[in-house]
Write a protein that binds this ligand. Structure first.
Ligand SMILES: Nc1ncnc2c1ncn2[C@@H]1O[C@H](COP(=O)(O)OP(=O)(O)O)[C@@H](O)[C@H]1O
Ligand SMILES: [Mg+2]
Length: 291
């Protein structure tokens, strides 16, 4: 179990994370927040790449900084900016990284082959990485994070640059990997984690906004999400009064989905909130760049 205790991270006078508390057991955790919210900072703290200003992170009761190499032995990490050598083949690159990670030599080739199969790159294992698409590189990145069969797998924006088909494949792979480990996946795209995360962790204003199942998180705006049709001419006024979530044109009218604290009006239809609604509602100001 991974426990985050009163974690604060400042860069100079700038506070990125403040008094973060978390408890993580096995399963997939979606770390969801807009860009700049502090996802990568939290992930770097969890990976011991940077150190807390205050507070601590414990793995099975021990401070991860004190555990040092013992902690890194059970950690798999895919950075947001995954660097690779373009003149290596996928297989060569993974063997090279195994050596860097101090993984035992005799089984390396077999392990690399297994992982390339898992991420569906076995057919191109002897191709140079410079010939790989963005999605293929991301899969090499996931494979390298799995080299040591980690107990904790942390992937920072792993779906960046993937096309829709690759995203689906990635989701399936992730649920396969989540048995018997803690998997943390950061993203600013709701659909990346909507169907795979056991719990979602959201950061807002340097703090944890939610850490719960999607169902429970969505309950926080239950009864406040509606759809209605309005005239185009009234759209601006409507948006000033309510938080618009999505809009589409249908038969010359505008169909709008929105959040409102007002009493339900005759022409409004109450709908069941989803994670995208909640995300847009919570971050509407920062997404519009008003902050
Ligand atoms: N090394 C650093 N020094 C100063 N500010 C930083 C540093 N790393 C991140 N930040 C700032 O912390 C905030 C959160 O960044 P980050 O953790 O990368 O967010 P996210 O991954 O959610 O996009 C941003 O405002 C960013 O500019
Ligand atoms: Mg980031």
């Amino acid at each position: 179990m991974l426990i985050v205790n009163n974690l604060t991270k400042k860069f100079g006078n700038f506070t990125v994370l403040e008094e973060i508390n978390l408890e993580l057991i096995n399963g997939v955790y979606g770390l969801l927040a807009p860009n700049g919210a502090g996802k990568t900072t939290l992930i770097k703290l969890l990976s011991t790449l940077i150190f807390p200003t205050k507070g601590e992170i414990l793995y099975d009761g021990e401070n991860i900084i004190k555990l040092d190499d013992c902690y890194r032995d059970i950690l798999g990490y895919l950075p947001q900016d995954f660097g690779y050598y373009k003149n290596y083949t996928a297989e060569e690159f993974l063997i090279y990284l195994s050596a860097l990670k101090g993984i035992e030599g005799s089984k390396t080739k077999e392990r690399v082959r297994e992982l390339l199969k898992l991420v569906a790159l076995e057919d191109v294992s002897k191709k140079k990485l410079k010939k790989f698409s963005g999605g293929m590189i991301q899969r090499v990145g996931i494979a390298q994070a799995l080299l040591n069969d980690p107990k904790i797998l942390i992937l920072d924006e792993p779906t960046a640059g993937l096309d829709p088909k690759e995203r689906v494949r990635f989701r399936n792979l992730l649920s396969e990997l989540s048995r018997n480990r803690i998997v943390i996946v950061s993203t600013h795209i709701v659909s990346d984690i909507e169907f795979i995360a056991n719990e979602v962790i959201m950061i807002k204003d340097h703090k944890i906004l939610h850490k719960d199942s999607i169902k429970n998180i969505c309950k926080t705006i239950d009864g406040k999400v509606y759809e209605t049709e309005i005239e185009f001419d009234n759209a601006r006024e409507f948006r000033n009064k309510h938080i618009a979530l999505s809009e589409k044109q249908e038969d010359g009218k505008m169909k709008i989905r929105f959040v409102s604290n007002d009493e339900c009006n005759d022409t409004w239809v109450k709908v069941s909130p989803n994670l995208e609604d909640l995300f847009l509602y919570e971050y509407s100001e920062s997404l519009e760049g008003k902050k």
